[in-house]
Design a protein around this ligand. Structure first.
Ligand SMILES: Cc1cc2nc3c(=O)[nH]c(=O)nc-3n(C[C@H](O)[C@H](O)[C@H](O)COP(=O)(O)OP(=O)(O)OC[C@H]3O[C@@H](n4cnc5c(N)ncnc54)[C@H](O)[C@@H]3O)c2cc1C
Length: 312
């Protein structure tokens, strides 16, 4: 099937390169199943790379062709527009989903495509603590570094020692310390075009039982407070300088407010959920209502935390 909007983009060099490198490549692939919101039109190409060699080969052809690129983690912070993404979406699989311990026995080397859940379990099973805060955040290591994901008093910046990445021209590089530019839900990677490939995560020796108990406790708190089983992208808005987005939204009478299939969650007003069949347009319209109402009633501007991508 050809996508009518893509006639002018020539993907044949990319298709050939993917075949030569043995990468999985899908054409006009709906992105909705690849996001936790379950929303989003097709990507012209969805390429899965499993090694640095494959990634470098794909990036160099994308660079030469000047094709737009999006790195997809677990899609848990993404709102993909209904017309989808013109260009190539890249997913990190294979070796990028693996983990090992460095010689010091307390530093995890995790591939950027690995889920945070798998990384947390890897550490827990070896009696290593420090990453329990991330248990229940449905992202990947790469997405969590990119966003400096955090919860319950911990954030990636507390545990990430070094990050390896690849530039659009396929050149590998590394950031550590201040270079990582961590701040509230941001890092030096935002908008840089660099692909995060590996992260070194500092852990410490602890008791397996205590680590497991802390993880269970945090998951219970999450499930009590959040619409964890409804499709969403987590907190829709960043925490404003004063107060909490959820409290402001609730105070403005917006709890349960709907546009089409999108709804301000009845359980946690900080989340917009997809009640079934919501379009990106529904979510964007609801976000606008929330932002306008909160601004009018409280004077506070809510800034989206979810990353909106794709063709408008
Ligand atoms: C139910 C639920 C609960 C959540 N709870 C929390 C929470 O407690 N705390 C929190 O901080 N977040 C939370 N989130 C949001 C989300 O899980 C995090 O932001 C997570 O870190 C996103 O990771 P991801 O792999 O899904 O990234 P994606 O959503 O796939 O991508 C997010 C951004 O990162 C970029 N990116 C992803 N991987 C790479 C890479 N390898 N290299 C370069 N760029 C990359 C993408 O291009 C995109 O710009 C929640 C989401 C849901 C659905």
């Amino acid at each position: 099937m050809d996508h009518p909007a893509s006639i002018s983009l020539d993907y044949s060099p990319l298709d050939r390169q993917a075949a030569a490198l043995g990468c999985e490549i899908a054409r006009y692939k709906p992105l909705a199943p690849h996001t936790t919101f379950k929303i989003g039109g097709p990507a012209d190409r969805l390429v899965t790379v499993g090694s640095e060699e494959q990634l470098s080969g794909i990036l160099s052809v994308l660079g030469e062709l000047g094709l737009p690129m999006l790195i997809l983690g677990r899609g848990s912070d993404l709102l993909v527009r209904d017309k989808g993404f013109r260009g190539a979406v890249i997913r990190l699989g294979g070796a990028f989903e693996s983990a090992s311990l460095l010689e010091d026995g307390v530093t995890l080397r995790a591939g950027a495509g690995m889920s945070l859940a798998a990384a947390c379990m890897f550490l827990r099973d070896r009696g290593l603590c420090g990453m329990e805060f991330a248990w229940g955040i449905p992202g990947s290591i790469g997405g969590a570094v990119y966003m400096n994901a955090g919860a319950y008093g911990g954030e990636m910046k507390d545990v990430v020692a070094r990050v390896r990445h690849m530039d659009i021209d396929g050149t590998p590089g590394e950031y550590g310390g201040e270079d990582l530019g961590f701040g509230y839900r941001r890092s030096a990677y935002a908008g840089s075009g660099k692909v995060i490939t590996w992260a070194h995560i500092r852990a410490a020796h602890g008791s397996k039982e205590e680590i497991a108990a802390r993880m269970n406790e945090l998951m219970t708190r999450r499930k009590e407070k959040q619409p964890y089983d409804s499709p969403s992208a987590g907190s829709t808005f960043k925490r404003p300088k004063t107060g909490y987005a959820a409290a402001l939204i609730e105070k403005c009478g917006l709890k349960g407010r709907r546009v089409g299939g999108a709804q301000v969650s009845e359980k946690h007003s900080g989340f917009i959920i997809n009640t079934g069949g919501a379009s990106c347009q529904d979510v964007l319209a609801l976000m606008e209502i929330v932002q306008e109402t909160v601004l009018r009633q409280t004077g506070i501007e809510l800034e989206p935390e979810v990353r909106v991508v794709g063709e408008a």
